[in-house]
Design a protein around this ligand. Structure first.
Ligand SMILES: Cc1cc2nc3c(=O)[nH]c(=O)nc-3n(C[C@H](O)[C@H](O)[C@H](O)COP(=O)(O)OP(=O)(O)OC[C@H]3O[C@@H](n4cnc5c(N)ncnc54)[C@H](O)[C@@H]3O)c2cc1C
Length: 435
């Protein structure tokens, strides 16, 4: 007979009227993607009690779960690009560089650094905890209590029980405008879908041979024989992180509906497309990919589903002309990257000195007083949004949302001192460091 001590147990019972756990915060951020992380860190840096909520199981949203592989929209265009986004980016890039998980690569007339998601997610976790932010994972926003234009509290469902979350200022960084929509503010949806992508990584390929492949020749081949492999999308690319034996593939297109069953089916469809892409690479480019296999499938990547109606809707002509509004809060040079057709992507690239801007009005839901949206759910037409929803501008929007709510305090974010806000965001509007 063993004398190993068996741990003790106790009997518990769920009370029928169990009250939700109540949490009080100054700033509540819904969505822990890159824009929510930026908003939370910025608000914590201002001394606020911050609660960061996400339905997913880890921090970082698409920046860590979707296997994006590259940082877009962090640099200007031209032969000698400068960085256009600062704040948390300084520490994030420094950490990734120290860990050998950052590779500055030229592309699309700018720099598009490669990064490794596993290193990024650890930096995010450490930065969030070091800043004293309370992160709630697996916590889904279910309901919003609103008093006129002010959000008063949120109801969250978590696997461990319900939470009531009260705050003074709120950031909707949910990507799908979940907070603004549930609060009853007007939102937009595209009439025809903007396609998402199931990203994945491969291993077992010959890196040197893969580097020899001409990207445009691969695209041409996709157009010619993609149908034989059952491929929906006939463009896209494979990019290898040098020396890691791993490459990221962006070659699928799937609709991303706003319902849980549709999401599950779309994710399975994206993974099936990914398998067919591997067959195409093996079959058409055996010297590089004969032994390639999927290393990891990402979570289905969602580009544009539902977004707020703000005080201003960013228009594609403002983007093309690089018009700087009086309430500009960030600059960016990323092209129009519109995924509005299954078969390909519409790109519109900009010249060397081009910059376009996001106004604060595009981030504040019409009628809201203590709510600011950040990230891919701000207001714009689908083409304009496609040029400002990559991660660089998302980080800058998060910072702007936190600063705007800090200035508004108990007042309305509709009536803040713009000069004071822009002075705080000067780096993201003016600084020009070369990395
Ligand atoms: C396939 C694909 C490839 C891309 N490639 C690149 C790239 O290479 N480089 C680049 O810079 N950008 C890329 N982008 C764009 C970029 O990934 C996103 O636009 C950006 O990451 C959006 O960040 P976000 O914080 O706004 O949203 P997300 O990262 O989507 O985060 C939103 C978070 O909100 C949470 N959430 C949503 N609803 C609720 C709710 N009701 N309750 C609680 N939590 C909720 C979600 O779980 C999620 O974590 C790509 C996008 C896609 C789809």
């Amino acid at each position: 007979m063993s004398d190993y001590p068996i741990p003790a147990t106790r009997i518990v019972q769920h009370g029928a009227a169990a009250a939700p756990r109540v949490i009080e915060a100054d700033i509540v951020v819904v969505g822990a993607g890159i824009s929510g992380i930026s908003a939370a860190l910025e608000a914590a840096g201002l001394g606020h009690r911050v609660v960061l909520v996400d339905a997913g199981q880890q921090l970082g949203g698409q920046s860590t779960g979707t296997l994006l592989g590259t940082f877009c929209g962090f640099y200007s265009n031209g032969p000698d690009p400068y960085r256009v986004v600062y704040g948390m980016v300084d520490a994030m890039f420094a950490h990734l560089k120290r860990e050998g998980a950052f590779h500055l690569r030229r592309g699309r007339n700018s720099f598009i650094p490669l990064y490794q998601e596993q290193v990024l997610v650890r930096w995010i976790e450490q930065a969030v905890h070091a800043a004293g932010i309370e992160a709630l994972l697996g916590a889904t926003l279910l309901d919003v209590r609103r008093d006129g234009g002010r959000i008063a509290s949120l109801s969250l469902a978590t696997r461990f029980g319900p939470i009531e979350l009260r705050g003074q200022g709120f950031v909707d960084a949910s990507g799908d405008a979940a907070l603004s929509y549930l609060a009853g503010f007007d939102c937009r949806e595209p009439v025809s879908p903007i396609m998402g992508t199931l990203m994945f990584t491969i291993e077992g390929f010959d890196e040197a041979a893969a580097l020899q492949l001409d990207r445009w020749a691969v695209q041409k081949r996709l157009g010619e024989v993609g149908g034989q492999y059952g491929l929906v999308r006939r463009d896209g690319f494979v990019f290898a992180f040098p020396g890691k034996g791993q490459a990221t593939v962006n070659m699928t297109h799937v609709e991303t509906p706003l319902d849980a069953g549709g999401y599950a089916r779309a994710q399975a469809e994206g993974r099936a497309q990914a398998d067919r892409v591997v067959s195409f690479l093996r079959g058409e480019y055996p010297a590089a990919f004969a032994n390639a296999r999927v290393r990891q499938y990402g979570f289905l990547g969602i580009r544009q589903t539902r977004w707020i109606v703000g005080g201003h809707s960013l228009h594609i002509d403002e983007v093309r002309q690089g018009l700087k509004p009086a309430d500009a809060i960030l600059r960016c040079s990323w092209p129009v990257e519109l995924h509005d057709r299954p078969e390909d992507v519409h790109w519109e690239e900009f010249g060397d000195d081009h910059l376009h801007y996001v106004p604060l009005r595009a981030m504040v839901p019409r009628g809201a007083e203590n709510l600011v949206a950040a990230g891919r759910c701000i207001d714009g037409d689908p083409a304009a949004l496609s040029s400002v929803r990559v991660m660089g501008p998302c980080v800058a929007m998060g910072a702007a949302a936190a600063q705007a709510l800090d200035i508004a305090g108990a007042g309305s974010v509709q009536q803040i001192d713009m000069a004071a806000l822009q002075a705080r965001l000067k780096d993201n509007l003016e600084r020009r460091d070369r990395d």
